[in-house]
Design a protein around this ligand. Structure first.
Ligand code: CP3
Length: 383
């Protein structure tokens, strides 16, 4: 077996220079706690703003493979992060369904054709994946750019999608929302329509993530950013059940037989961790409302038994404090998880991340302080 043809049995990840992220996803021991940040390629970086100005717009960046590659690598060139994430957006899928996505500068996303009645729901179909070819081209281009002179990848590349429910929120509301009035009106008055939309969304997301895996994504993450706005009971029925439908259709291995870890992040989902432990995924993402030690006890599993790796969960606003306070807060988050598993089998592991996306107002030097603190304190925890 050569280093360029890893197999499912190759759990040493010899095809990567830095496999710590994938190892932690699979609950294997690492020398330090790996980290990446949601929205790590974004407006807080001056080089990102310069690229966006050249491309003309956010979608100009996302639909051009060279720009998408350039901005994906920007945070990795500044900081020793342990994973790259595809530069794209969750709303590419409803756009491919024909809803007409636009991003006006300084405003959130908007759809020209929101889905608000029976006729619009009836018309929804799994989009032709050829309409999303620009995303898959970006994935292969980023993988190429991550490949080093020795033929190994610098760090793994994460692909992603929105959850069926989070996509439905934008599809019905037509934009972001404060109260989710329109989507919840449909959910409570016409659950049949909502179930049909979620079925189409789940099958679309599965096809989309499988095509990202074929193109070279080495892990996949489902962003259920609005799962936490649902009532107990409604979350299980309208969000989690459709995330499960996606997971049931996902490829377990990539084109070279390598395991593809799956991450599910429900913002505001801390109260449903026990339910989410039943999902067929490797990692659960947590926002800052959850104590990592308590989550570890509930779903982190035991040595050589089943369980979920945990990803998160520092409040992104910590990054506005001075570096010394950032280091203190980082230590608090790492200590709340406790010493991760250190044996040669599997056990509870932690991937450090923010509890949600990084703010565009974050000083870039503060990110350097965060990354430093995570790597150094997490090494100390293992002594
Ligand atoms: O994490 C990364 O670095 C990868 C890229 C990524 C983006 N969006 C780029 C982006 C990812 C993973 C997303 C996911 C996404 N997009 C989510 C789920 C995660 C979350 O934040 O809850 C959601 C809900 C969206 C929808 C979306 N896209 C909104 C609401 C907005 C506007 C809000 C804002 O921050 O302005 C976007 C635009 C967007 N997506 C930007 C970026 C870097 C900013 C666009 C710009 O450059 O002007």
């Amino acid at each position: 077996m050569t280093s360029s043809t890893p197999t499912a049995l190759d759990s040493t990840f010899s095809h990567l220079q830095n496999p710590t992220f994938l190892q932690a996803c699979l609950r294997q021991a690492t020398d330090y706690t790996p980290l990446w940040m949601m929205r790590q390629a974004g407006r807080y970086l001056p080089e990102y703003r310069a690229s966006r100005a050249k491309a003309g717009s956010f979608m100009g960046l996302a639909t051009n493979r060279d720009y998408a590659t350039e901005v994906t690598l920007q945070p990795l060139d500044r900081y020793p992060l342990d994973a790259a994430i595809l530069f794209s957006d969750i709303l590419t899928v409803p756009d491919a369904m024909g809803l007409g996505l636009s991003f006006a500068l300084g405003e959130g996303p908007k759809f020209a054709h929101p889905v608000r009645d029976e006729a619009a729901v009836a018309q929804l179909e799994v989009p032709d994946m050829a309409k999303l070819q620009y995303v898959f081209d970006a994935v292969s281009s980023i993988r190429k750019a991550l490949t080093q002179a020795d033929g190994r990848g610098r760090v793994p590349l994460i692909g992603f999608s929105g959850s069926p429910w989070t996509l439905a929120c934008y599809m019905v509301e037509g934009a972001g929302s404060d109260d989710y009035r329109l989507v919840k009106t449909m959910l409570y008055s016409r659950p049949d329509l909502m179930h049909r939309m979620l079925t189409v969304n789940a099958d679309s997301v599965a096809a989309y993530l499988n095509a990202q895996i074929d193109a070279g994504a080495q892990a996949v993450m489902i962003f259920d950013s609005w799962g936490g706005v649902l009532a107990d009971g409604a979350f299980q029925e309208f969000s989690m059940a459709y995330t499960a439908r996606v997971l049931a259709q996902l490829k377990r291995v990539g084109p070279q037989g390598e395991v593809i870890p799956r991450i599910v992040f429900t913002k505001g989902g801390g109260l449903w961790l026990k339910d989410m432990a039943t999902l067929d995924c490797d990692v659960l993402g947590l926002d800052w409302t959850v104590n990592l030690g308590a989550a570890r006890a509930l779903v982190g599993g035991l040595e050589n038994g089943p369980g979920k790796a945990l990803q998160g969960n520092i409040d992104p606003n910590v990054l506005f404090a001075p570096p010394a306070q950032i280091a203190t807060e980082v230590a608090r988050v790492l200590d709340s998880f406790g010493t991760p598993y250190q044996g040669s089998g599997t056990g509870p592991t932690h991937i450090f991340n923010l509890g949600h996306g990084i703010s565009q107002h974050t000083p870039p030097e503060h990110v350097a302080a965060l990354v430093d603190a995570v790597h150094s304190h997490s090494r100390q925890l293992r002594r």
